[in-house]
Design a protein around this ligand. Structure first.
Ligand code: 2P0
Length: 336
């Protein structure tokens, strides 16, 4: 007890407050299914790109003035989300050997819980701001391990640019690192928002269903080969091979969802409409490919030189309510 109190005494006299900003990310090879629920160890490794247009900014302040954790996300308090954030703060408190409660204020620049990976940017920003505010001095690798415990995909929002999350065998070996920097490849990732609402099945619940699909084992058998291929396509900047693999991978993950018990359908009619639309664009000669997360919105990927033409075409699609233009982005950062 004594060392804990001593540390709090010293920390109390410092400014125990920090703010961090983190991007969301879109998985090219998806994380769907866990081999360890509690540790959030994924069934397979995954690869993603950080997104410049989808961000969360979070401030964490530990202080004796708070009797319990206060969590405000997008200007609202929500008991379920507050509890998950508080559990993550417990991990940080344990590492820092402190017991102070905290106030957390978090803002997304996009609608949360709608399939735009708000938990990725949210837990990445919370991890970095929380660790800094608690006086922890963690390496990037350690930050990714900690973020993963809050939400799996959050570990991929800590390093820069194109990121791989190695599945690992235990907590320490399941971490994320940057494969290629932000400016390695001039890609555009256009998020197309269609009609949705808050989703009914959270991704954490969805993951548990993956193993009920007969196709899940087959997916896992082939996934390492796919990862090797994708890394090579990125390295060589082979856009056509890259895009084909990425679009197929998204459909494979959704095939697992569709064939789970109970079946999980995150799509809306507009999802298929937009997917077919971009497949037609491709047939007409515009090299664009789609990927879909645990939600109804398509993320359309093209090379930067084709961005303008793509955006102009998308303006004509009624099902698309809004587009967000993303470029590969840096990972989580502290904000002074
Ligand atoms: C991914 N998704 O790789 C996949 C693709 C959604 C579809 O990671 O339970 O919110 O918090 O570890 O990270 C969403 O799952 O799940 C996700 P938890 P998470 O991006």
């Amino acid at each position: 007890m004594f060392p804990v109190m001593l540390k709090e005494f010293f920390l109390k006299n410092k400014f125990m407050k920090a703010t961090a900003i983190a991007p969301s990310n879109i998985a090219l090879i998806k994380y769907w299914g866990k081999k360890d629920e509690k540790l959030r160890l994924p069934a397979n490794s995954s690869i993603s790109i950080n997104l410049s247009g989808l961000k969360t900014i979070t401030t964490v302040e530990f202080s004796p003035k708070y009797e319990k954790d206060e969590v405000i996300i997008d200007q609202k308090e929500n008991a379920k989300e507050g509890k998950r954030v508080s559990q993550h703060l417990d991990r940080i408190r344990k590492l820092a050997k402190i017991s102070l409660r905290a106030k957390v204020i978090s803002k997304n620049n996009f609608p949360k819980s709608s399939g735009l990976a708000s938990s990725a940017s949210g837990f990445a920003a919370l991890t970095l701001a929380g660790a800094q505010a608690a006086g922890l001095n963690l390496s990037q690798k350690e930050l990714t391990v900690l973020a993963r415990l809050g939400s799996g995909s959050a570990c991929r929002s800590i390093p820069d640019g194109f990121v791989e999350w190695r599945q690992g065998k235990d907590s320490q070996s399941s971490y994320a690192y940057s494969l290629f920097p932000t400016d390695y490849w001039d890609l555009s990732i256009i998020t197309t928002l269609v009609e949705s609402g808050e989703k009914k099945v959270s991704t954490s619940s969805g993951h548990q269903l993956a193993k009920t699909s007969h196709f899940f084992k087959t997916r896992l058998k082939k996934i390492n080969d796919k990862i090797v291929l994708l890394k090579n396509f990125i390295k060589e900047k082979n856009f056509l091979a890259f895009g084909e693999l990425v679009e197929k991978e998204a459909l494979e993950m959704h095939a697992i969802m569709l064939t789970s018990t109970p079946s999980l359908i995150y799509w809306q009619p507009a999802t298929i409409e937009v997917l077919k639309y971009i497949q037609n664009l491709r047939e007409a000669g515009l090299p664009v490919y789609g990927t879909i997360d645990a939600g109804p919105h398509l993320y359309i990927i093209c090379e930067r030189k084709n961005e303008k033409e793509l955006i102009n075409k998308l303006k004509k699609v009624e099902a698309i309510k809004k587009v967000i233009i993303n470029r590969p982005a840096p990972g989580a950062r502290l904000v002074s």
